[in-house]
Design a protein around this ligand. Structure first.
Ligand SMILES: NC(=O)C1=CN([C@@H]2O[C@H](COP(=O)(O)OP(=O)(O)OC[C@H]3O[C@@H](n4cnc5c(N)ncnc54)[C@H](OP(=O)(O)O)[C@@H]3O)[C@@H](O)[C@H]2O)C=CC1
Ligand SMILES: O=C1OC[C@@H](O)[C@H](O)[C@H]1O
Length: 363
């Protein structure tokens, strides 16, 4: 078997995403380019940390800490993964950076662009790696789609796209402490769900992502219940090409899994399919509609591109992060600092137009 390098992770928080991520890290993969070791777990309580390790990485022997800072201090940790709610990302990132640790932090990277800039400035000063865990951009499906759109021009000139992320959650009846209900934690659909539909928009409409991306004109509206945003609709318009995107997210209804995103071009259409907008499984490239002699519009046969992923699909961002760090890089080419800041700036503008205000916006 080929010798591969090892990277040692500290996992901060023991919620839903931390267990999804860790179960993928410890998957047995004969072709894995890196050996991922769960070195430490930091949680609000030692019992939670122990239960998490026993359930989600039973063959690992992590050190369990009852604080995030203690896990960040562990000298045997190479990289800290942050899986706390959005409202804590800035604080947790700064703490890890202060202890000289590399960081992979969940989306949304922070609550606003100002916080993101502060975190990247600290990482730059300390000379550590940091990246936003926007796993969608690391998926082979996404990379293949971008190649077909802009290298192969498989649907001609892209003109328009649409993407929605809907999950039916009864926000008004959730406990006030839930991250979906508490503004201090970043509640609202935009930072949690809309960030994915927005990602489909600002990538499929822009061939120059991520380094030379164009910031589109934005028109946005948001709807609120119990003071929390439960629906966001956005129109994106690109000045250089006139391309348009319609981006939506909501916690009022579940989205249609057959329609994660639809991208339209002068020579055809691509439809992306998956159980959620964050987790695409395949896409179909359709030729242009045709009209028969009777005047009926018909859709031609599509070509389907399937993508099997190991586990839940988090190995791609995990491997990329590890390889970047082992190569001495400070930023991800897939999700560079400038791109995380740009996404936060776009979401700041959407919230400015829509009316969501976080306390952090006033600091
Ligand atoms: N990439 C992806 O596919 C996904 C990403 N996410 C992102 O991951 C982050 C966390 O989401 P998720 O795992 O669903 O959240 P959960 O509520 O399931 O877990 C969050 C964890 O953070 C810790 N925490 C610390 N303070 C608080 C607090 N005041 N309230 C709640 N939790 C707290 C807790 O861990 P402990 O007690 O151990 O310290 C808790 O278990 C978010 O940024 C979200 O956007 C979420 C789902 C999927
Ligand atoms: O990132 C996410 O994807 C799946 C959703 O259910 C979750 O709320 C969100 O944080």
């Amino acid at each position: 078997m080929l010798e591969v390098p090892t990277i040692r992770w500290a996992i901060i928080a023991t919620g839903l995403i931390s267990f999804w991520f860790v179960e993928d890290l410890v998957l047995s993969r004969p072709d894995a380019p890196v050996n991922h070791v769960i070195q430490a777990i930091g949680s609000s309580s030692k019992e939670k940390g122990e239960a998490f390790a026993a359930k989600h990485c039973p063959n690992s022997k992590p050190k369990i800490y009852d604080s995030y800072e203690a896990a960040c201090k562990d000298p045997e940790v190479d990289v800290v993964y942050i899986g706390t709610p959005h409202g804590f990302h800035k604080k947790n990132c700064l703490e890890a950076i202060a202890h000289g640790k590399n960081v992979l932090c969940e989306k949304a990277f922070t609550l606003n662009a100002r916080e993101a800039r502060e975190v990247f400035a600290a990482a730059k000063e300390k000379g550590v790696y940091i990246a936003e865990a926007m796993w969608l951009r690391h998926r082979p499906l996404f990379k293949q789609l971008m190649k077909l759109l802009y290298e192969d021009k498989i649907i001609g000139d892209v003109f328009r796209m649409w993407s929605d992320f809907g999950r039916e959650w009864d926000v008004p009846n959730l406990p006030a402490t839930s991250r979906y209900r508490d503004l201090a934690l970043g509640a609202g659909t935009l930072l949690d769900l809309g960030i994915y539909s927005l990602t489909w928009g600002i990538t499929t409409l822009d061939p120059k992502i991520p380094k030379n991306s164009e910031t589109p004109k934005i028109l946005a509206a948001q709807t609120f219940e119990v003071g929390i945003e439960v629906a966001t609709s956005i129109i994106l318009q690109y000045g250089s090409s006139g391309r348009q995107g319609v981006i939506t997210s909501t916690t009022k209804v579940d989205g249609n899994p057959d329609m994660v995103a639809r991208i339209e071009g002068t020579a055809g259409t691509i439809e992306v399919v998956g159980p959620t907008t964050s987790d695409p499984k395949y896409f179909v490239v359709y030729p242009k509609f045709s009209t028969d002699a009777a005047g009926n519009t018909k859709r031609g046969e599509g070509k389907r591109y399937d993508f099997e992923v190991p586990g839940r699909g988090y190995t791609y961002e995990a491997d990329a992060t590890a390889l970047d760090i082992l190569a001495g890089k400070k930023e991800s080419d897939v999700m560079p600092w400038s791109e995380s800041i740009r996404v936060m700036e776009i979401m700041d503008e959407i919230r400015r137009q829509g009316g969501t205000v976080y306390k952090a916006d006033k600091e």
